[in-house]
Structure formats: structure tokens, C-alpha cells
Design a binder for this molecule. Structure first.
Ligand SMILES: C[S@@+](CC[C@H](N)C(=O)[O-])C[C@H]1O[C@@H](n2cnc3c(N)ncnc32)[C@H](O)[C@@H]1O
Length: 289
């Protein structure tokens, strides 16, 4: 079995300021997160050969390892199946969620050649015949945008502050890069467990052409509107109530293009949007500082 601790930015960078989700009050959250309650989280191992790996991760994440049955006492379970890490609720619904780029919609989109026409590709300024930009993705999440942009040639630096989401991301890129046609992933994707505000406070190297933000938003009235996987992710990390502050920091940098992905009708995170690209449910606000 390939080492599931696969090394895309496998260690937290020296500039990382993060805590561990699930371990009490270590993940940095802003006061506006007060209605969000950190979920009780535990690891479950379904792989007879996975004990060492799972115990090592449990130690890193400061989370307990429990049996499937004991998992009923927890809100969310991080499960090692022997093939992948996945996040699931104790009821199993919605979910399970993992970072998946080979099968499912991501894989289909790539195989079908979908890409440059996608709003996110236009938002970061991808143009035929021009070199693809280097993008700093401040809010990695499940890496769907990062993967799509990397598959179109962008060099991606991807930050994620939540250690559990980071583990899912790392695991998704590891599995994907085992596919011969995706062997470019380690060259193009540089993933870090990092708080983006701390990252931006240091000299950026390489200097990106584009800074990209896709923060988590508070659930709107009809939760059915929130995609299933986003429901679980939201349960895990809450909403990113500090995203306006993060954008302000990004706008102060000498980066020519800053892109924010938002729900279609959301209020802009900062004034001075230079261009907006509208899709059916999302909008990209572009700033050219
Ligand atoms: C909506 S998700 C991003 C989804 C992603 N664009 C995708 O395509 O899957 C937002 C993620 O950003 C992370 N995040 C938010 N603020 C952050 C910050 N200041 N530093 C690092 N990560 C952050 C959250 O933990 C969450 O996982």
C-alpha cells in the first residue's frame, strides 16, 4: 500500500498557525462563530492492517480511536477504510465525504475535457495560448477548485487550516496522483496545513499571479440547498466568519488579481469589486488591486 501520509506539503509549514479540529478550542475561530459548536469527532479504523496508521493520525489530531459502535457517541467520524480517509456523520447521512478527483463529478469533468470554459478558470484569468497563472488558494476545502485549476496547468499553492480537512485533501491528492494520467499532481499542487492570515503575513515565495478565496458561508434558510458534502464540512469547520478580514489582507498585497467565490446573491466581502462573473448559483468577485 502506498503511504497514506503522502507528502504533498505533508507537514505543517514553519509559518503554520493552526490547531486541531475536534481537540477543544484549538482551531482559530472568530467570535461570530459563536452559534457553531465544535463537533465531537473520533477516528474509526475499518482496515485490519491500518492500526498503526490510524493510531498515528489519532495522535497527530489529538482525537480518540473508537469502534464503529462507540462512534454513536460522536457527531462526526473520520474513517480509514484501507483505501481512503472519509468523513461521515454517525448516522451515515449525509455522506460519507472524501476528496475525490478520479471518480465522480471531478473525474467526469476532467475526462470530458470540461475546464477552460468553467467560471473558476475564467475568474483566475486562464486564457488559451497564455501561460497558466500561479494561484494561491487560501481556502483549500475539498480541493475541487484547486484540482480543476491544476488540471488546466495552474501551479497551485493550497492552504487549509483545519487539520481534518487537510488530511482529506492530502488523501485525495495522494490517491489521484497514483493514476498515471494524473502524475503531474505533485509538481503542480503544493498543499499546506496553514492559517492563511499567518501565511499572508510573510513574504510569499513564489509570488502568485492570483489569490483565490472560497470561504464557507453560513447555511441559508433551506439547508437542502447546501450540497451534502458541504453540509458535513460546515458541521466540521463552521462558517468562515473571518473571511472579510482575510480578503482585506490579500488586497493589501502586490498581487494583481484577487478572486472571491460567493453564493450568487451574497454581499461582496469587500467594496471595490472590479468585475463579477455570475453563474447559476455562484458568483466570482474579481479585484485588481
Ligand atoms: C468552502 S471551503 C472551500 C472549498 C474549495 N474551494 C473546494 O473547491 O473544495 C472553505 C475552506 O477554507 C478553509 N479556510 C477558511 N478560512 C481559512 C483560513 N483563513 N486559512 C486557511 N483555511 C481556511 C476552511 O477550513 C474550509 O475548509
Amino acid at each position: 500500500m502506498v503511504d497514506p501520509g503522502f507528502g504533498i506539503g505533508a507537514t505543517a509549514s514553519r509559518r503554520t498557525v493552526v490547531g486541531f479540529t475536534g481537540a477543544p478550542a484549538l482551531t482559530q475561530k472568530s467570535p461570530a462563530q459563536s452559534t457553531w459548536k465544535a463537533p465531537r469527532l473520533a477516528l474509526v479504523n475499518l482496515d485490519p492492517k491500518g492500526q498503526v496508521l490510524v493510531e498515528q493520525k489519532a495522535l497527530e489530531l489529538q482525537l480518540p480511536v473508537v469502534s464503529n459502535q462507540e462512534g454513536q457517541d460522536f457527531d462526526l467520524l473520520l474513517v480509514w477504510t484501507g483505501e481512503r480517509w472519509q468523513l461521515q456523520s454517525r448516522s451515515g447521512s449525509p455522506g460519507p465525504v472524501s476528496a475525490e478527483y478520479v471518480q465522480g463529478p471531478q473525474g467526469y469533468r476532467r475526462r470530458a475535457g470540461g475546464g477552460r470554459g468553467q467560471a473558476v478558470a475564467r475568474a483566475v484569468g486562464l486564457k488559451p495560448g497564455r501561460p497558466s497563472p500561479a494561484v494561491l488558494d487560501l481556502t483549500g476545502g475539498l480541493g475541487r477548485d484547486a484540482f480543476l485549476l491544476a488540471s488546466l496547468g495552474c501551479r497551485m499553492t493550497v492552504l487549509e487550516r483545519d487539520p481534518v480537512v487537510h488530511l482529506l485533501l492530502q488523501d485525495g491528492f495522494r490517491r489521484a496522483s497514483e493514476q498515471p494520467e494524473l502524475d503531474w499532481i505533485p509538481e503542480r499542487v503544493d498543499l499546506h496545513l496553514a492559517e492563511a492570515k499567518a501565511w499572508l503575513a510573510e513574504a510569499l515565495s513564489p509570488v502568485p499571479d492570483v489569490v483565490y478565496l472560497d470561504p464557507m458561508h453560513p447555511p441559508r434558510g433551506k439547508s437542502a440547498l447546501v450540497k451534502k458534502e458541504m453540509q458535513l464540512l460546515q458541521r466540521l469547520v463552521g462558517s468562515d466568519a473571518d473571511s472579510a478580514e482575510l480578503l482585506q489582507r490579500a488586497l493589501r498585497l502586490p498581487i494583481p488579481r484577487v478572486v472571491v467565490k460567493l453564493p450568487l446573491r451574497a454581499t461582496p466581502l469587500a467594496q471595490g469589486v472590479d468585475t463579477e462573473l455570475r453563474g447559476k448559483t455562484t458568483r466570482f468577485d474579481l479585484y485588481f488591486p
